[in-house]
Design a binder for this molecule. Structure first.
Ligand SMILES: *[C@@H]1O[C@H](CO)[C@@H](O)[C@H](O)[C@H]1NC(C)=O
Ligand SMILES: *[C@@H]1O[C@H](CO)[C@@H](O)[C@H](O)[C@H]1NC(C)=O
Ligand SMILES: *[C@@H]1O[C@H](CO)[C@@H](O)[C@H](O)[C@H]1NC(C)=O
Ligand SMILES: *[C@@H]1O[C@H](CO)[C@@H](O)[C@H](O)[C@H]1NC(C)=O
Ligand SMILES: *[C@@H]1O[C@H](CO)[C@@H](O)[C@H](O)[C@H]1NC(C)=O
Length: 420
């Protein structure tokens, strides 16, 4: 497990390469169409939490009540069980369920296994529990091969079998997808327009997955952690990762003439650009995990170890409030005006309380000593976050700058007419 983590976080020299280039005509066409399209009012992102019950956390029914009083509209269950899904009945909280990686092989080889899982975890509660999407595995490309079956080779057949199993049982409102981790599938974060999916997983897995998603109207699911990119790149100002305004808190993408005011948007647009290069730029995007830990022990190599717990807690609060306000603003990202459709904060309770649960498939799940929870087990919030806030005024530039060519053209026209 530790091996896996260190592998995941090996700095990749090309992550911040500065050589923008349009990889394919598809991408240029896509960006051109964006620049020419009028920007319309867009729906805001649904923001929810990832929830895995901890041995000492309150019963699921109480957690559901707390989530309802916080007006949380969506929850992602990493390790769903019938008891857990049942607790959400009549709550009107939409659910994203994740099939554990160890089941992916059997789903692929045997549709009855998928049907059985639906029988146990979905059918008895549908539609009183609002299950919206099922992710077949999480980060399967890094999942170790077990018992002769490689979950990454099995993921597309497994998704197809689950989709058919749901259809056979008359369940047509539940989409099927699988979850990737940004850091394991995207070649570069900067400039976003030069991002692509890494080979060989791109041809072997991601394109077939995207084709399935397009055919079935489903969404691409990606874990996006600005925290990890920030940790790997000392040159990134922390404010840029934390949605703070500041003199150095921006990065320009010279290819698209877009100025980015936060690392999150940059990473989202890297995914959008990679999708465009693959020819699937219209598949909706859901951020299945994002967050910031409140424990300082992992900042050591960032700033000579001079971070304390209080500061980490403050950073976590800044990140989460910045994220929520940004997502609720409806501004989207420069390359995707409608933004991500849903985003799940990782996670409800601290890792230290949930790590006893084996088989948690999250990339973050294996990092010990980090505290990603937003709620104490007594169900009071760790942070003071306003989930209703919409930051409509800040970062207006994020919307204007993508049309900079048009603005330039317009200003030339205005200038010309004022001179004549
Ligand atoms: C249930 O949630 C949906 C979307 O989150 C919302 O549009 C709807 O009004 C809610 N219904 C009730 C009864 O609260
Ligand atoms: C297929 O899955 C079902 C349900 O889990 C199981 O009963 C059956 O034995 C499996 N068949 C094969 C060939 O593995
Ligand atoms: C996909 O969604 C669109 C709009 O939500 C709908 O018009 C279309 O019929 C759907 N297609 C399938 C195959 O469900
Ligand atoms: C964890 O995964 C193993 C297979 O790798 C499985 O046998 C076991 O039942 C799983 N445990 C839980 C708690 O789901
Ligand atoms: C909940 O637990 C936290 C941490 O243990 C503590 O700081 C907080 O005061 C508790 N809140 C209530 C309402 O008991």
């Amino acid at each position: 497990m530790n091996n896996k983590v260190s592998k995941n976080f090996t700095p990749r020299p090309h992550v911040f390469k500065m050589l923008p280039s349009f990889k394919t005509p598809l991408l240029s066409l896509f960006i051109l169409s964006l620049l020419l399209s009028p920007s319309a009012a867009v729906p805001t992102t649904t923001v929810g939490f990832t929830y895995s019950p901890a041995p000492n956390s309150p019963p699921p029914e109480h957690v559901v009540t707390a989530l309802q009083s916080l007006k949380i509209p969506a929850v992602r269950l990493l390790n769903p069980s019938p008891t857990l899904v049942r607790a959400f009945s009549y709550s009107n909280i939409s659910l994203l369920l994740t099939v554990p990686n160890y089941l992916v092989g059997s789903f692929a080889s045997n549709r009855s296994a998928a049907t059985l899982w639906v029988y146990n975890n979905v059918l008895p509660f549908h539609p009183r529990a609002r299950i919206s999407l099922i992710s077949v595995g999480s980060d399967v490309i890094t999942s170790p091969t077990s018992g002769g079956s490689d979950p990454s080779a099995a993921v597309v057949p497994a998704m197809q079998n689950l989709h058919r199993a749901l259809n056979d049982l008359g369940i047509r409102t539940v989409s099927v997808s699988t979850t990737f981790s940004f850091i394991n599938v995207i070649t570069t974060a900067f400039p976003p327009s030069s991002a692509e999916f890494q080979e060989p997983v791109s041809s072997l897995i991601i394109r077939p997955v995207l084709q399935f998603l397009e055919e079935t109207n489903s969404s691409l699911l990606v874990n996006v952690y600005p925290y990890n990119v920030y940790r790997l790149h000392g040159e990134i100002p922390v404010g840029f990762a934390l949605f703070q305004e500041g003199p150095f808190n921006f990065r320009d993408d010279v290819v698209t003439a877009v100025r980015y005011h936060n690392l999150f948007d940059m990473m989202i647009d890297a995914v959008i650009a990679a999708m465009a290069v693959s020819g699937y730029e219209n598949v909706p995007l859901i951020v299945t995990e994002t967050g910031w830990p409140s424990d300082g022990s992992n900042y050591e190599h960032v700033n000579n170890g001079v971070r304390d717990a209080e500061e980490s807690q403050l950073y976590a609060e800044m990140y989460l409030q910045g994220l929520v306000s940004h997502l609720k603003s409806g501004l989207g990202t420069p390359l995707r005006k409608e933004g991500v459709s849903e985003a799940y904060i990782y996670q409800l309770f601290d890792e230290s309380e949930t790590k006893q649960q084996s088989n948690l498939s999250s990339a973050q799940g294996e990092i010990t000593g980090q505290y990603w929870g937003v709620m104490y087990t007594n169900m009071s919030m760790k942070y003071n976050i306003n989930f209703d806030s919409a930051d409509r005024n800040s970062r207006k530039l994020g919307v204007l700058v993508p049309s900079i060519h048009l603005l330039w053209l317009l200003s030339m026209l205005v200038l010309a007419s004022s001179l004549s």
